[in-house]
Design a protein around this ligand. Structure first.
Ligand code: F6P
Length: 430
């Protein structure tokens, strides 16, 4: 992973080179804390050990009995789906089994997917660390019923990835389902490079070892200085910008294969760093598309954001035919890749010209190694940011209130949060 922070030095807000150098002492101290947490496999820090602790052979062995199905459906939500989706959407090619993700409970979409599948040739991967997540268990029950109705033995088509206890573990034991363990001490949003994120990639035949090798390369670059570690350069710079008012971070990959990565990054950044009234809001964007959309706000709106521009240095390309169209002859004979690259650099420069801080993140290619570097690098950046911001990076207590309210509304218990729903202030305009 390559990180170019040059366009934050003169931004508004900006972080001077002197300020970055002054920050390096704090980065060194944070790195020591991180390395100590890794050494003791402490909760959360253990995620940064996955290049060594993730067992690719175990994952491949668990999914091997399923062979080469027509489709793989992951039933999970949040970190229990986004890591797998990021990897398989980025690596997808036409030969793969089709990968689908039931990570929401929209009845129309769930029904449409279930009815579209050839269930007898579909593998279902139910993923939940807790085994109690309402959306995941509800979708699993719907898919299981559909298999029953189709005369498909769901126990032949299902494997689970879960914690040592809970509903899914009990289900696996009762029905002798293949079961993968979620890694100890790794919150869902940090689990892409583990059983949670790599099982579907294994079924699709992607190179798990290369994923982990890319992650290991990025791990090797972690050091006591932001000037020696791309991940720490990103984490320290985004933190320093937040301290100076950049409370939004627009994650803007210039590769459609990385669109899910932006969604994965949003959970990682928001759920890890949004604590105690601080944090940095991840906005999901896509280049070049959002040059015709959100860029207006980024350049001319409030000075409260940075833009992260991500691209691969190499990609497949496609020529643009010659044209006689008035004023467009400059495109003819060029290529879509050249156009996308020119737009990336033009957008980067246009933000800098407007004084909007932006960081360039590049990987060699969108392949297993590049993804391993990128995902691990962003995880390490997030952990560093959390250390510098002194927040509890690996918990997510704020999401629990809504869960209790919804459960109370559905008669799942007596929760005061559900009572609060009834007290909503309304002012309906029709
Ligand atoms: O894997 P589980 O326990 O179903 O949790 C799914 C997701 O829900 C959360 O716990 C938040 O509710 C996320 O942190 C997690 O990725």
């Amino acid at each position: 992973m390559y990180v170019d922070i040059g366009n934050v030095l003169d931004g508004t807000p900006g972080v001077s080179r002197d300020a970055l150098e002054r920050m390096d002492e704090s980065v060194a101290a944070a790195h020591e804390r991180i390395e100590s947490g890794r050494a003791d496999a402490e909760h959360g820090y253990a995620a940064l050990n996955l290049p060594e602790t993730a067992d690719a052979d175990e994952i491949r062995a668990a999914v091997e009995p399923f062979g080469d199905p027509e489709a793989v459906v992951t039933v999970g939500i949040g970190g229990s789906a986004l890591g797998a989706a990021t990897l398989t959407e980025a690596l997808a090619d036409e030969s793969d089994p089709d990968a689908y993700y039931l990570d929401n409970v929209d009845p129309e979409r769930v029904s449409a997917l279930v009815e579209s599948l050839s269930l007898s040739d579909t593998v279902v991967n139910v993923v939940s660390r807790s085994g109690t997540t309402a959306e995941t268990l509800s979708n699993f029950l719907v898919v299981r019923e559909a298999m029953d109705d189709a005369g498909v033995d769901w126990t032949d088509r299902t494997f689970v990835t879960t914690g040592r206890e809970g509903n899914l573990r009990s289900l696996a034991e009762k029905h002798d389902l293949p079961a993968l363990d979620v890694p100890d001490g790794v919150p869902g949003r940090f689990s892409a490079l583990s059983t949670v994120g790599m099982a579907v990639a294994a079924i699709q035949g992607h190179d798990l070892d290369a994923l982990l090798a890319g992650a290991a390369d990025e791990a090797d670059r972690l050091s006591g200085s932001l000037f020696e570690s791309p991940a720490y350069a990103y984490g320290a710079t985004t933190y320093a910008l937040a301290q100076r008012g950049a409370l939004t971070n627009a994650m803007m990959p210039y590769a459609e294969s990385l669109e899910y990565f932006a969604e994965w990054f949003a959970q990682l950044w928001a759920e890890s760093l949004g604590k105690d009234g601080v944090g940095q809001t991840p906005a999901r964007a896509l280049g070049a598309t959002d040059q015709h959309s959100q860029l207006q706000l980024y350049r001319a709106g409030p000075r409260d954001k940075l833009v992260t521009l991500v691209r691969p240095r190499e990609r497949e390309d496609r020529a643009i035919p010659e044209t006689e169209l008035e004023g467009l002859s400059y495109l003819g004979g060029s290529s879509l890749g050249e156009l996308l690259s020119a737009e990336f650099e033009a957008t980067e420069a246009s933000l800098a010209a407007a004084g909007v801080p932006n960081v360039r993140v590049e990987i060699d290619r969108v392949d297993e190694r590049g993804l391993g570097e990128l995902l691990y690098g962003m995880e390490a950046a997030c952990v560093l940011y959390g250390e510098l911001a002194d927040v509890s990076t690996f918990t997510q207590p704020a999401v629990e209130w809504g869960k209790r309210a919804a459960r109370g509304l559905l008669g799942g218990g007596d929760f005061e949060e559900a009572d609060a729903v009834a007290e909503k202030t309304t002012l309906v305009v029709e």
